[in-house]
Design a binder for this molecule. Structure first.
Ligand code: GLN
Length: 253
């Protein structure tokens, strides 16, 4: 069943925003659970009421969905969620087509693409929501990352064997200023189609990059309430300072 955590009811503040975290047990590595926690806390600070649904393999997919999150995992975790992902594929494709904001990190980013071929040559078909294809390699791409994106500098940490290639019309999420990104060769990182974002950045990415968190929350709030996002000013001094330090350390001017 759908295990929603509804701590403060459905009608608190400016409205309820329903988040779905895909496969928190199998796909939530390198602190990616922090994205869900950061969003729930920040939604509350903006005056809305977060409702977090954990979607596990075999459980019913929630009816009300305003934002979808997925994290990274080992190749074996990806194999364990494949069957369920096929069950909910049409629902996710429909939500994506409607403009539902989604953030998929690393392993789930790969599975939102056309396919992930593991280093052993096993082909895991993806949802095809993002036009990307990933090939596993013996050599891993590991380390801190700085990206140039529409949200300004975005920082994080990557650790993947998969090397991802964008389809010809596919937009990237960002341009690599430091790190490997999709493949270590073309300077692209992640992918974006409509409001669906894919990225390799752990860290987790959202607490470290509040502008990206607010972009997702704003889109979700509009979907949830039918009204424009009504943000509350946030104190992001700590995140801003940490991000600036990582940029200075890694990017030579
Ligand atoms: N198994 C995938 C890879 O190594 C994803 C890794 C991850 O999610 N960190 O490419």
């Amino acid at each position: 069943t759908d295990s929603a955590v509804v701590p403060e009811g459905d009608r608190v503040g400016k409205g309820a925003i329903h988040l779905v975290h895909l496969y928190p047990r199998e796909m939530s590595i390198y602190g990616d659970l922090g994205n869900t926690r950061a969003l729930a806390a920040r939604i509350r600070r903006h005056g809305y009421s977060p409702v977090v649904h954990q979607h596990h393999p075999g459980s019913a997919f929630p009816e009300t969905v305003h934002l979808v999150l997925g994290g990274g995992g080992q190749d074996s975790g990806q194999v364990r969620v494949e069957e369920d992902l096929e069950q909910i594929a049409d629902r996710l494709r429909g939500l994506a087509a409607e403009g539902t904001p989604m953030l998929m990190i690393c392993g789930m980013y790969q599975l939102f693409g056309n396919a992930f071929i593991t280093v052993e040559g096993k082909r895991l078909p993806g949802l095809g929501i993002l036009d990307v294809t990933t090939q596993g390699n013996a050599k891993r791409m590991i380390g801190p990352v700085v990206l140039d994106t529409e949200f300004g500098d975005v920082v994080g940490y990557e650790n993947h064997s998969g090397s991802t290639t964008l389809g010809s019309g596919q937009a990237a999420f960002g341009t690599v200023k430091s790190g490997f990104g999709n493949n270590g060769t073309d300077q692209t990182e992640g992918a974006r189609t409509g409001n669906v974002f894919g990225s390799y950045l752990h860290g987790p990415i959202l607490p470290a990059n509040p502008a990206l968190a607010d972009a997702l929350i704003g889109l979700a709030a509009e979907r949830a309430t039918g009204r424009p996002f009504e943000p509350v000013a946030q104190d992001d001094a700590f995140a801003d300072e940490a991000r600036t330090r990582q940029v200075r350390r890694l990017v030579k001017r």
